[in-house]
Structure formats: structure tokens, C-alpha cells
Ligand binder design. Structure first.
Ligand code: FMN
Length: 394
């Protein structure tokens, strides 16, 4: 089990440490909360204790805790300070150790991730900028701050970064396997919309969740990830490079343009196979009787990639209502895909998946129903093993 020391300082955003604790614990990560004495005014230690199921530390001189800042390190993988005040950053950068959390960070040989949160003028203060620069140079990791509405009713840069973004940074630092390091990976995700008129379209229920889970795992394992996204029901974290498209034509154009520099191409987006022959400029009127819409085939992007690809590893997704694996095998052959993921139609928009991974030489690996994040790990394992086998064959 991985262990994180969660340092919390006296920022107005301190209550968000509760959400982070909950999300870390849900991922089976042990959380040891450590508050600065001032942070106790802003977040109740008992809440952190309850959510983490671990004693919350705070004071240097509490009973039996006199050398806790040294002993605690043996059982810790990383330290995160979420949120971090300007005061904490200033003290750390200048070697001041006058509370337990500073003592722990000072005595640490583990990675330390700092998530600042403060008013925009505080964040822009040149003294703070120097302190942050110094800490970054010394190897401390930073995430955020984000831009947006601030607690003081101001707007600007200083807000605590999204908890999901911070969580992702923590998971990346905790990940031991970096088997996609230096690999450039492109993933398409979400759904396309093929408009009939300015307000009506043909689409599907694909949420983009599976694609995003795969993108996150790839990033944690060291890949540089680019995303081409159609419409999604999920928020794509700001640390990803995202190109947005509307329809299958847009997806095709952006994909073909981007693949050249990639090592891995994962085509997870649910693109429409058909598009209206013509798009009406004005809304189609509700007149008496039925209407007929003529559809034409869109281009098959996987087949286009086959024509262009040189060295890239191509991963395709095949979804069907019947004969799922055979249909995926046929498409794999026709489209020149290296790895094909076959999944049933009920995967769409759902949090779990019952997938089959097809690899070259007709190998079929069927998996029980599992969460999309677990399935994403299996897919990235397959991609990574492909690279290690290629290296062995060279
Ligand atoms: C209600 C309240 C909210 C505060 N929010 C912040 C903040 O978001 N960021 C910050 O740097 N300081 C903030 N401060 C100031 C810090 O609490 C102050 O600098 C304190 O000494 C920090 O202690 P610590 O760094 O040991 O936790 C706030 C103070 C108060 C009273």
C-alpha cells in the first residue's frame, strides 16, 4: 500500500484537503494528515482523521511525538502540501522549521509536491516568485495554482488547482512503472456530432470516460499524451494537450495531421459512420408528414491511418451488439491495427467494461467486467509490453 503524508496549511482552501483525502483513500492509498497549527482554524483535524482513518498530527511537542518528523518518513512514499500558504513556501525556501509539517518536509528524502493557494496579489508577489523558483530548482514539485474565482471575491491566478488534477500529479509521482517514458501518445475520445441543421445532429452516447482513463494511465507511466476530443460528458484535466473537434471530418483531419510525430495512436472516439449529405442552413421546419434524410458514409479514420502510418503502434476499439470478438478480429485485419479492444455496446457511457484485447498472431485476452480505470491499466500494459518486445527483437 502506498502512503502519502498530506500536509495542510492555513489557506482558505484547506477544506479541499478533505476531498483529496477521500479520493486518495478510495484508491487504497494510506493518508497521514499533518496540519500546521494555524490550519486547525480552517479545517477540523477530526474530519481529516475520520476520512483518512489515521491519527492527525499537528504539534511538534505533543506527547510521544517528539521525533515524529523523522520516524514518519520510513513509512512514506511522498509528501504533498495541499493547500500551501505563501507563509509555508516562504519558510521552507528560507530554512525555517518552526512547526511539525516544516520539520517533516525538511527532514524528508521523499518527493514533495506543493499546491499553492492564495490571493492573486500574494501569488504575484516577487518575494513569493523567488521562493517558488528556489524550491523548484531544489527539486520540489509544484501543481497550480489555477486561474478563476478567488475566495476574496477577486478573479485571477491563485486558486487551488482542481483536486482531480492534484490527485493525478500524486498518482504520477507514486507510479513506479515508467515504461512509456519518452513515448508520444495520441488518443481520440468522446463522440462526434453530424449536424442536419443548426440544432439537430446524429451522435451517440459515448462519454469519453474510457479514453480519459487510458490517457491518465499513459501519462502516469511517463508518456507525453495528446488528446483529440469530440463531445464528452467529462472534464478533461488542464495538464493534457487537447484539440477539440465537432464531427468525424474534423476528427479525421486533426488525426491525420497529428499522427506523424506519435509513437502510439489510440482511436477511442466514437465517430459517426454516416453524415447527412447536406446540412440545412436554417432549422428544418416541422411540416406535415415525414421527412427523409440522405446519409453518406464518413471516411474510416483507422483505415486512413493504415495508409499513413510508419512506425506507430495503432490501437483500435471495436464495439458491436453481437459476434463482438469475431467482428473485432475482422476489423483488426482489414484496418491494419496492431492492438484491437473489443467491447459490447453496453460499455457506452458506463463506468465499467467487459473487454477483450486482441494482439498480433490472433492472441485473444478476455477480461471479466472491471472498472474503466482498471481496464485502462490492462491496455497500457499491453502497449508497453509491445515496446519492450520490439526492443528485444531489435
Ligand atoms: C480566513 C483566512 C484565510 C487565509 N487564506 C490564505 C490563503 O488562501 N493563502 C495564504 O497564503 N494565506 C492565507 N491566510 C493567511 C495564513 O493563514 C497565514 O499566513 C498563516 O500564518 C499561515 O500559517 P501556516 O502557513 O503555518 O499554515 C489566510 C488567513 C485567514 C485568517
Amino acid at each position: 500500500m502506498k502512503t502519502v503524508i498530506l500536509g495542510v496549511t492555513a489557506s482558505i482552501a484547506a477544506y479541499k484537503s478533505l476531498e483529496l483525502t477521500r479520493k486518495l483513500v478510495k484508491r487504497n492509498i494510506k493518508v497521514i494528515p499533518v496540519l500546521t497549527p494555524e490550519a486547525k482554524h480552517l479545517v477540523p483535524p477530526l474530519s481529516l482523521e475520520s476520512l483518512s482513518s489515521h491519527k492527525t498530527f499537528c504539534d511538534f511537542f505533543s506527547q510521544n511525538e517528539s521525533i515524529i518528523h523523522i520516524s514518519i518518513m520510513n513509512e512514506t512514499d511522498i509528501i504533498v502540501v495541499v493547500p500551501s500558504t505563501a507563509n509555508f513556501i516562504g519558510k521552507l525556501a528560507n530554512g525555517i522549521v518552526d512547526n511539525l509539517l516544516l520539520g517533516i518536509v525538511f527532514a524528508s528524502d521523499k518527493p514533495v509536491l506543493i499546491a499553492p493557494a492564495m490571493n492573486k496579489r500574494m501569488w504575484n508577489n516577487p518575494i513569493l516568485s523567488l521562493n517558488v523558483k528556489k524550491l523548484k530548482k531544489l527539486g520540489f514539485y509544484f501543481v497550480g495554482p489555477a486561474r478563476g474565482a478567488l475566495a476574496c471575491k477577486d478573479e485571477g491566478l491563485g486558486r487551488l488547482e482542481d483536486i482531480d488534477v492534484i490527485l493525478e500529479e500524486i498518482l504520477s509521482l507514486l507510479e513506479d512503472k515508467k515504461d512509456l517514458a519518452e513515448k508520444k501518445l495520441l488518443i481520440t475520445l468522446g463522440r462526434t456530432k453530424e449536424y442536419l441543421d443548426p440544432v439537430r445532429f446524429i451522435s451517440n452516447d459515448s462519454s469519453g470516460k474510457f479514453g480519459l482513463e487510458i490517457a491518465k494511465v499513459a501519462k502516469r507511466r511517463g508518456a507525453e499524451v495528446s488528446i483529440i476530443a469530440g463531445y464528452t460528458d467529462i472534464k478533461i484535466p488542464s495538464f493534457f494537450n487537447v484539440i477539440r473537434v465537432i464531427n468525424t471530418k474534423g476528427m479525421e483531419e486533426k488525426t491525420v495531421k497529428t499522427i506523424k510525430n506519435m509513437d502510439v495512436i489510440i482511436m477511442n472516439a466514437a465517430c459517426s459512420d454516416f453524415t447527412p449529405k447536406s446540412v440545412k442552413k436554417d432549422k428544418i421546419k416541422k411540416e406535415k408528414g415525414d421527412i427523409t434524410v440522405s446519409l453518406k458514409r464518413t471516411k474510416d479514420i483507422l483505415s486512413l491511418i493504415k495508409l499513413k502510418k510508419a512506425k506507430q503502434l495503432v490501437v483500435g476499439f471495436s464495439l458491436d451488439t453481437k459476434d463482438i470478438v469475431n467482428s473485432a478480429k475482422r476489423k483488426m485485419k482489414e484496418k491494419g491495427v496492431d492492438i484491437m479492444i473489443a467491447n459490447p455496446a453496453n460499455t457506452v457511457g458506463c463506468d465499467s467494461v467487459e473487454m477483450t484485447i486482441l494482439t498480433p498472431g490472433g492472441k485473444v485476452n478476455r477480461f471479466q467486467k472491471m472498472s474503466k480505470s482498471d481496464a485502462a491499466e490492462k491496455i497500457i500494459d499491453t502497449i508497453a509490453s509491445f515496446f519492450s518486445n520490439r526492443n528485444i527483437n531489435r
